[in-house]
Design a binder for this molecule. Structure first.
Ligand code: G1P
Length: 293
């Protein structure tokens, strides 16, 4: 059968962002800045760079700013043009044109699996990309494109993996898998956030997936799992009995912006890539500590 690249990307953005309270009381965590743009913009850029032209946000209440961010701000664009800031106006105009954006409401946060199920109407019978925007990925080609290359070669759904320290297995979905070529695995089983003593490996699922549309049927069949939530991992484990699931240790760097220390590190990492911002960081550290970096 002819291989058709994914065109649709799903972003679950209904989480409450409790790790960043009080900041996230009124600001969605996906709108937290990383230098000059919100986290969600990085994820959307990755999806677009991977060939996706349609994006669905699975949102919750209080997430209106995400909607607004991907719309035109006519007044602001006109103001910038009239005050000689054409470049900035052009930059803003491109944001709503990145893709076609759709929104669907997840009425209550009942887990990642439930959020993905809310996107069923939008994905219908096509393979789709799933991106968790807390993870900002620095990779070329994009992580989603790397997963697509594996799908092209082997078929089935493809998950992104990282090797983690054994004591960290309880933070991630963990796979039991057999390596079929360096870095590429055929998944035999999955467990959501296992205790290190029970983890089948140290291969942890990260926030990028290419999923078969069959996942929706399996999502409807699972019971509440870890933490009383509907877990995507459990639906993938169920799908595995009927169709292949592969996983790839992707090449690139992940900035975990879902926790405070990760977000600070990500900010410094991104700033150090810009010569002007790098100088500001170096000078500030010097001023604050008396030490030159
Ligand atoms: C979710 C998934 C988990 C995966 C992780 C990657 O967990 O349930 O399997 O490893 O994303 O970021 P969460 O971080 O939403 O608790």
């Amino acid at each position: 059968m002819e291989f058709r690249h994914i065109k649709k990307a799903v972003f679950p953005v209904a989480g409450l962002g409790t790790r960043f309270l009080p900041l996230t009381k009124d600001i969605p965590k996906e709108m937290m800045p990383l230098i000059d743009r919100p986290l969600i913009h990085y994820g959307v850029d990755e999806a677009v760079a991977s060939g996706c032209s349609e994006i669905v946000f699975v949102t919750g209440t209080g997430k209106e700013t995400i909607h607004q961010y991907f719309q035109h701000s006519k007044d602001l664009e006109v103001h910038l043009e009239q005050t000689g800031k054409k470049d900035l106006a052009e930059q803003l105009k491109k944001i709503p044109e990145l893709a076609v954006f759709y929104y669907t409401l997840q009425e209550k946060p009942m887990g990642l699996g439930h959020a993905v199920l809310c996107a069923e109407e939008f994905c219908r019978n096509e393979y789709f990309g799933l991106l968790l925007p807390d993870d900002v990925m620095l990779a070329d080609p994009t992580v989603l494109s790397q997963l697509e290359s594996v799908r092209k070669e082997y078929g089935g759904s493809v998950l992104s993996l990282e090797e983690v320290d054994h004591e960290d297995t309880s933070r991630y979905g963990i796979v039991d898998a057999e390596e079929v070529e360096p870095g590429v695995y055929r998944v035999k089983g999955l467990v959501e956030k296992p205790d290190p003593k029970e983890a089948p490996s140290n291969l942890a699922i990260m926030g990028r997936y290419v999923l078969s549309p069959s996942i929706f049927r399996h999502l409807k069949g699972i019971a509440r799992g870890r933490g009383g939530e509907y877990q995507l991992t459990d639906a993938i484990a169920s799908m595995l009995r009927e169709e292949p699931v592969y996983a790839l240790i992707y090449k690139g760097r992940r900035l975990d912006c879902g926790v405070r220390e990760g977000w600070i590190k990500a900010t410094v990492t991104m700033a150090m890539r810009d010569p002007d911002l790098k100088k500001i960081i170096m000078d500030t550290v010097w001023k604050e500590t008396g030490k030159k970096l």
